[in-house]
Design a protein around this ligand. Sequence first.
Ligand code: SF4
Length: 474
Amino acid sequence: MAEHLPMAQFAANADRALADLGQRRNLRAATDTFAARRSAVLAGNPDWEAWRTTARAVKDHVLAHLDHYLVEFERQATARGTVVHWAADADAAVRILLDLARQHARGVAVKAKSMTTEEVRLNEAFAAAGIDAVETDLGEWLQQLADEVPSHIVVPAIHKNRDDVAKLCHERLGTPRDADPATLTAVARERLRAQFAAAGLGISGANFAIAATGSLLLLENEGNIRLTTSVPDVHVALVGIEKLLPRVQDLDVFLRLLPRSGTGQALTTYQSLLTGPKQHPEAEGPRELHVVLLDNGRARMLGAEVTRQALACIRCGACLNACPVYQQVGGHAYGSVYPGPIGAVVTPQLVPLTRAAALPFASTLCGACREVCPLRIDIPGLLLHLRAEVREGHPGVPPAHSPRGKRWAMQLAAFGLRHPRLYRTALRWARLLQRVASPLLRRLPPLRSWAQGRAAPELAPRDFRSLWQQRSRR
Ligand code: SF4
């Protein structure tokens, strides 16, 4: 069964990830590709900032009136034949989904990629109950094959390259060791078609839920969501309460923002709008449609103005792709379902802060996440807020520990910055030392663990101050 790493041990997890140079190369290549595609699709787009403003205003409005929109969604969905359930926490959600699976799944449930089902650990509960929960998104299917949890909220197997995938399929399925991606995709398709035919229950999340019509919108590129929602007789969607939008028209701006931010696409290949179960004479759709509205800590986030904005997240993944920490350590190091910058914000609010106290510190606060976020969520600000909660000894949270060496280094740096002459002298010596003694210093115990997997940037031959003075003298 796929296990999460302990999130309290982020530093140890990160050290292990940094030692895996192959994974770092894969992460860097993939995140750079997504970032480049995003830049290309946004280049010269005069409407981008206006779309961001509109989307944030819609989200702020919904979150301020969430009680109203949730009740409206339930009323409209019920009127169109959908059965709406409410789950206060992960256990309640799992109970509802297990109950439906026992009634309808016939031993097999097919799943479309859904972070909310990961959040409630649905696969573990189904396995314990003897029900096969089969992932049908290609990346998620590979992660299930590898017995790993997703390492990215949009691209679950982002840390694997084609050779890793060929090796995995060879070991688990007996495909040729050098099989190409097209062959492996055909193998996956054949196996998944059999599971779609056998399954009595389809399970998904939703990108958005529309209050005015009781509809769900699901975005994808592979077609597996459409099969998951239309082949099995019964479908259930597990939806976080923050996914509400007031009207179908509001989708307009979100359908522009989400794919551009996440994968650099102008539009995802498929958009499925589910409004109630199949009606005569419709050919597609489930005979029975259930929606489980999940709270699991979201109402608590809604209650505090500072944390409420994190509920505006549309899970596009852009902040993960832009984050220099995520790019190096990958998603598994965070030990949580939601990795990266938004994961470091959301996770400490979904689980007790005692278990996630390390995550708000897993950031350089460079601001790249805020820059790319289509909803302009102030992730660095939220991380600082959570850091303060940890430092101030939030009830039940042990005070954060910073290693003695790091504290000394910070005190030394602060002293040097307060004394410019000393700072300049130290810089001259540091330049000399870097040339002569750097290889030796990297092997000494206080620096050895830091130096593993990191390269210290070369000091410039001349500092800015002396260049400026020389320029002013001209
Ligand atoms: S915080 Fe912003 S950038 Fe990150 S996943 Fe959410 S919407 Fe996307």
